[in-house]
Design a protein around this ligand. Sequence first.
Ligand code: ATP
Length: 214
Amino acid sequence: MLAVENVMAEYSGMVALHGVSIDIKGTEFVSVIGSNGAGKSTLLKAISGTVKSRKGRITFEGSDITRMAAHRRTELGIIHVPEGRRIFPSLSVVENLELGAYRQEARSKSEENVGLVFEIFPVLKQRRDQAGSTLSGGEQQMLAIGRGLMAEPRLLMLDEPSLGLSPMLADTIFETIKDIRDRLGVAILLVEPAIAGTSWTAVRSFSAAIGKTL
Ligand code: ATP
């Protein structure tokens, strides 16, 4: 469904991606693991279109999207949950979720999809009227992923979902991501740093079990 071929991206002349290729078939779960500064976030940005690809080609479900604007890629179902959660702190959980339904075909199903997110993350239902800023780190991460689901992704890209979480909570998040893949039939591209620690080990063994790790 996604093919990234020999993509190069740069920031003001500084090359951040040197000819990267990956492919995702069907509803595969793919993890990209690399050291800090290796270019993992840039790879996701190149796929979502917020960073331009200087060379190479990106195709999504058979269409060449290399030069397509970011908002059009979103309409195709390429949804990027960026690093650091980036929820709206003064808005409630429900309001944050509703803002995620920006994809045209997801707008009319906003209420139904809030229900779905609450099934996947029951704790968010209990916190539905609470301001985003008052959620714990793990809850904020669930809200960020939930907001991504509100857009009804075909490809869900998650940038360091375990960031700042305890190893146990990170494992729970990874398990939930697997459930999302199985339940909604969505392809997952996840990036995590290659640092010593349980979360990385969890990603690696988890991906080996259910998908592939590049
Ligand atoms: P981390 O694991 O630390 O999040 P990463 O693998 O996601 O790192 P990127 O954020 O993709 O790495 O950054 C790749 C390189 O590009 C780094 O050297 C970084 O300093 C540089 N870079 C990233 N964003 C910008 C930017 N907006 N302007 C200039 N350089 C940038």
